[in-house]
Design a binder for this molecule. Structure first.
Ligand SMILES: Cc1cc2nc3c(=O)[nH]c(=O)nc-3n(C[C@H](O)[C@H](O)[C@H](O)COP(=O)(O)OP(=O)(O)OC[C@H]3O[C@@H](n4cnc5c(N)ncnc54)[C@H](O)[C@@H]3O)c2cc1C
Length: 294
């Protein structure tokens, strides 16, 4: 049986390849996965999403009724730039409930079970539905993902990997043919098995997830997924898409323990920032008192 592998992926930097540059971008390769924004479309986002978020923000500081504010925002009596300005300020201040009023639904296809296991760990403000390995019987064998480190490895090692995957899928097919139920035959599926999901998330949760998963410390496949997701959101709203960034970007520093060596230079590690702060505040304390104080 031939295993239907996807295109090779690119891992993030390993300890042995670390340098002071941004770890290699998984986006340079087509991994055979897709993320499609199925709702909303550009028209809905442009017409209603920004006004809706603006209404949530403005209601806190206004005597006007929320429906009144919404109407003025939608019909343009409140300039779109003014709306975006308030929204940016509120998001930067961390008042996150205001961006829980809008949601995005993605069709995610061809990702590995390794990825989906990480993805569904997010609990707040996000809903998932995933292709069942119980109710779907994979007649031609399940499709799998091939990491680039294995694709580029010693050919003998790669062959052993492929044999292992093929063996597992063949056993699955034999068990299904012997009448073993799919819910049990699936126990032999490897983590490399591809899967499909629908994910609906509010904007707050999407920004949070993107902060974690666009970080170069994230695993290459899920990092790639969030690059695709960001691309989709940008296509309907460059303004809202601009908030999807590695968490160090809005923070201004990196808080990942694994980046204490500063190998990812997107932002300085917080230890380095605190060291500079400690030095400066120490110097400030050591300054001689101005004459005439005593
Ligand atoms: C680089 C990386 C490596 C990881 N490695 C591992 C690993 O080795 N092992 C492992 O098990 N997991 C690992 N994870 C998963 C991680 O621990 C989280 O489970 C996952 O990222 C979900 O994020 P979250 O906890 O922010 O949850 P979300 O559901 O996205 O929640 C969003 C936010 O809501 C709040 N929140 C949600 N639920 C609660 C609650 N019950 N109580 C209080 N506040 C809540 C929190 O502020 C939380 O940050 C890793 C994640 C990353 C990004």
């Amino acid at each position: 049986m031939t295993v239907e592998h996807g295109a090779a992926g690119t891992p993030g930097a390993s300890a042995s390849t670390r340098s002071s540059s941004i770890p290699r971008n998984p986006g340079r390769h087509d991994l055979g996965m897709r993320a499609t924004l199925v709702f909303p479309n550009r028209e809905i986002v442009e017409r209603y999403y920004v006004p809706l978020i603006y209404t949530a923000c403005r209601t806190c500081y206004s005597e006007l009724a929320p429906d009144d504010i919404f109407e003025r925002a939608v019909d343009g009596r409140i300039a779109p730039e003014k709306q975006r300005e308030l929204i940016s300020r509120v998001i930067e201040s961390g008042h996150g409930s205001t961006i829980e009023h809008v949601v995005f639904t993605f069709a995610i296809t061809g990702v590995s079970r390794t990825l989906s296991h990480q993805l569904v760990r997010h609990r707040a403000g996000v809903a998932f539905d995933q292709q069942s390995q119980r109710y779907v019987s994979f007649k031609k064998g399940a499709s799998t993902m091939l990491p680039s480190t294995i694709a580029d490895a010693d050919p003998e090692l790669r062959e052993r990997y492929e044999d292992q995957i093929e063996g597992a899928l063949e056993l699955y097919s034999e068990m299904m043919a012997a009448g073993i139920p799919g819910e049990d035959a699936r126990f032999v599926f490897p983590n490399a098995t591809r899967t499909n999901l629908v994910m609906t998330t509010n904007l707050r949760a999407l920004i949070h997830m993107s902060g974690l998963r666009l970080c170069t410390m994230a695993q290459w496949e899920i990092r790639r997924l969030f690059q695709l997701i960001r691309h989709e959101v940008f296509a309907v709203s460059p303004f809202l898409g601009s908030f999807l960034a590695p968490k160090c970007v809005p923070l201004g520093y990196c808080d990942e323990a694994g980046n204490r060596d500063g190998h990812c230079p997107i932002r300085p590690h917080k230890d380095a920032v605190l060291a500079v702060w400690a030095e400066r505040s120490g110097k400030a304390r050591r300054l001689p008192e101005p004459p005439g104080v005593r």
